[in-house]
Design a protein around this ligand. Structure first.
Ligand SMILES: C[S@@+](CC[C@H](N)C(=O)[O-])C[C@H]1O[C@@H](n2cnc3c(N)ncnc32)[C@H](O)[C@@H]1O
Length: 327
């Protein structure tokens, strides 16, 4: 382990003991970000130390515990929000820079009758909205947008609704498990199709076996030409390297100290979730618009820490192929 990493781990583990593993995210988020950002299609290269650390962590958590984490997924997110209230995640202002379509002045063709994503985004579903760190900046920034905001944590939705900016003319919060068949569709007014769906650090919280089901449920409520915006953890993000032994559930899938889980995506995996044809057919529900790694570096000046962050950022466009769960 290099001196820098050793130093980093010592400092971070102090933090960890006090608050649990996820506090690293706070530590990093609150750090001052240097204006470094790069994008690409190849994963980050690991250092020798990082390779060794990942290679030495092969032992998976027992099957009994893995099943229990899945059964308790909602409970663990509820406890997370009960403990952290609305103070954990930072407001997501970067979305306007990265996803131009969400800006009020985005150039769009208002009267475009074709099934294209050029139509303005007027209705959007934010899935796994938490307490609204993405939604509140969005409705403030874009006066023409209405947001359905859902999360499977009842506590998160309560906190979302207790925000003084919660206004049912602009948004509607509700509890929904995105992996349950037809659940999302049934939460919306009958036959409602929206212009866009956002998944901001949500797919990673879902068991890999259920991610495709989430995409299918989204396809039921997104109009042809509508956009799915995804931002999530990418493979070899610093938070993946930091997991100590005893947290690995599967390849690239880890459990935090508080029982919440996180997956680290390659571009191929994200593509597979959205682009895989519907079973027993060659029907595709989505087309790829963008799918790339975002490389950042986060610096916490106070702690003198500098760590590489990797995210995946993608846009998928709903095709006009018919899709219903009953077919
Ligand atoms: C890492 S948090 C991200 C919260 C928010 N999107 C943000 O970026 O601030 C993941 C969120 O996904 C929610 N979640 C996990 N599994 C879900 C599911 N099956 N259906 C809906 N929401 C889910 C959790 O409750 C949690 O609020």
């Amino acid at each position: 382990m290099s001196l820098l990493n050793q130093d980093l781990d010592t400092k971070l583990s102090l933090n960890e003991n006090k608050n649990g593993l996820e506090s690293l995210d706070i530590q990093i988020n609150e750090g001052e970000e240097v204006p470094f950002q790069d994008k690409g299609h190849k994963p980050r290269e690991l250092t020798e130390d990082e390779k060794l650390k990942l290679e030495s962590d092969q032992q998976l958590v027992s099957e009994f515990k893995r099943n229990k984490y899945e059964l308790d997924a909602k409970k663990n997110w509820d406890l997370f929000y009960r403990r952290n209230k609305a103070n954990f995640f930072k407001d997501r202002y970067w979305t306007f820079r990265e996803f131009d379509e969400l800006n009020e002045d985005h150039h769009s063709i208002e009267n475009d009758e074709s099934m294209t994503s050029q139509k303005p985004i007027k209705k959007l579903i934010e899935i796994g909205c938490g307490v609204g760190n993405f939604m509140y900046p969005l409705i403030k920034n874009n006066k023409h947008i209405f947001v359905y905001a859902c999360d499977f944590s009842t506590d998160a939705i309560q906190l979302l609704k207790s925000n003084p900016d919660y206004d049912t003319n602009r948004c509607l919060g509700f509890v929904c498990d995105i992996t349950k068949e037809n659940y999302l569709k049934e939460c919306l007014p009958e036959n409602e199709l929206v212009d866009a769906v956002t998944l901001i650090f949500v797919l990673s919280a879902i068991h890999p076996d259920k991610m495709r089901k989430a995409a299918e449920n989204i396809a039921q409520v997104l109009r042809p030409g509508g956009i799915v915006f995804v931002r999530d953890y990418g493979i070899y993000d610093h938070s993946m390297i930091r997991f100590e032994k005893g947290h690995k559930l599967d390849e690239k899938f880890y459990v935090r100290q508080d029982g919440t889980r996180t997956f680290f995506f390659s571009l191929e995996e994200i593509e597979n979730i959205f682009l895989k044809p519907v079973e027993n057919s060659d029907v595709k529900l989505f087309e790829k618009s963008i799918n790339e790694y975002v490389f950042r570096e986060t610096v916490n000046v106070k702690e003198n820490l500098r760590v590489p962050r990797v995210f995946i950022q993608s846009k998928f466009i709903r095709t006009n192929s018919h899709f219903s769960r009953t077919c």
